[in-house]
Design a protein around this ligand. Structure first.
Ligand SMILES: [Zn+2]
Length: 322
């Protein structure tokens, strides 16, 4: 097979698979290219044979992966006040301008607050293609290895600034004086635990709701709409359970309902509810670190945060600024 200089290949090298930027032939069936992971700094050359090439994605690979290798091609590096920005796709000029302006604006806030730390980091920008994770902060304990603040949100994301604050909060967690302050961390864990109040709705509750369910003469939907808000929340969980465990959707249930079949047999015995209102976002429920990142990011963009966490936020930010 023929390859063109600059083609992005997935290559089997020893027991590893790598994304390689093809650079040319060095002999009969002896090929050469750059390990893409090292392309922007060291440009490591790798040698391989044509039989080692698993796939060719051309000079502009679509985001995704092949043979377990992420198809992230490095395009270019642009400076920002916050850190160097490594682009792993070619964004629109409008987005790039907005991105750099946002990063500069955030950097100025962090500088003013004294949140600048010795540990080097870079910003990596990936193309959004529907991924769940639209940003992350990767901390490396070794001083010589840069941390990475990555973003892959959609270009029209109105929450860009908050997302930067969210990821930068993870930097505060690992690089500021907070990292070694177990008391402050414990305060957040406790706060998180208190906020994520898990309510178990047991058999008794479900029996009560089931009674109402069977006695009702209306359609399933009308019956659902007649419930109180907290009952609705429980029923939603029950419907979800029935869909996951028994593969029956609302239409199936409606059919059973009309035929006066027993639907209660598909109900779970226990339903868990988590109070999300206090936590601002569903994501904050994930763990104490995400809880803190969500709360602080909202605080930094000026959104009102729950009074129950405000003192802790102020104390924490004051402590980091010292
Ligand atoms: Zn996070």
């Amino acid at each position: 097979m023929q390859y063109n200089t600059g083609d992005m290949l997935v290559v089997q090298i020893g027991d590893k698979r790598k994304l390689v930027r093809y650079s040319g032939l060095t002999g009969l069936d002896s090929l050469e290219g750059f390990d893409e992971k090292s392309y922007c700094d060291k440009q490591e050359l790798v040698k391989f044979k044509s039989e080692d090439v698993l796939s060719n994605h051309g000079p502009d690979p679509e985001p995704g992966s092949s043979y377990g290798v992420k198809l992230n091609k490095f395009y270019r590096k642009v400076p920002s006040l916050l850190a160097d920005v490594h682009l792993y796709y070619s964004p629109s000029e409008a987005y790039l301008t907005r991105l750099i302006a946002t990063l500069d604006e955030c950097a100025q806030i962090y500088i003013d607050k004294g949140w600048v730390f010795a540990k080097k980091f870079r910003i990596e920008i990936y193309k959004y293609h529907g991924q769940k994770m639209i940003g992350w902060y990767k901390h490396n304990k070794k001083d010589e290895v840069e941390d990475v603040l990555a973003l892959c949100n959609s270009e029209d994301d109105p929450e860009l600034k908050r997302l930067v604050h969210h990821e930068y909060t993870h930097r505060l967690q690992s690089c500021s004086s907070l990292a070694g302050h177990s008391k402050a961390k414990a305060a957040w864990i406790k706060r998180y635990h208190e906020e994520v109040t898990t309510t178990l709705y047991n058999e008794e509750f479900i029996t009560k709701i089931s009674d109402a369910f069977t006695k009702s003469q209306k359609s399933l939907k009308d019956w659902f709409l007649s419930l109180e808000d907290d009952e609705k929340a429980v029923m939603k969980k029950i419907f979800k359970h029935i869909k996951e465990k028994h593969k029956l959707d609302a239409k199936d249930l409606q059919t059973l309902w009309l035929a006066e079949e027993d639907i209660i047999q598909y109900f779970p015995s226990v339903v868990e509810l988590i109070d999300v209102e206090i936590l601002l976002t569903e994501y904050a429920r994930k763990n104490p670190n995400e809880f803190m990142a969500e709360i602080i990011s909202y605080h930094l963009i000026g959104k009102t945060i729950p009074a129950s966490v405000l003192p802790l936020v102020e104390k924490t930010l004051h402590y980091i600024s010292k």
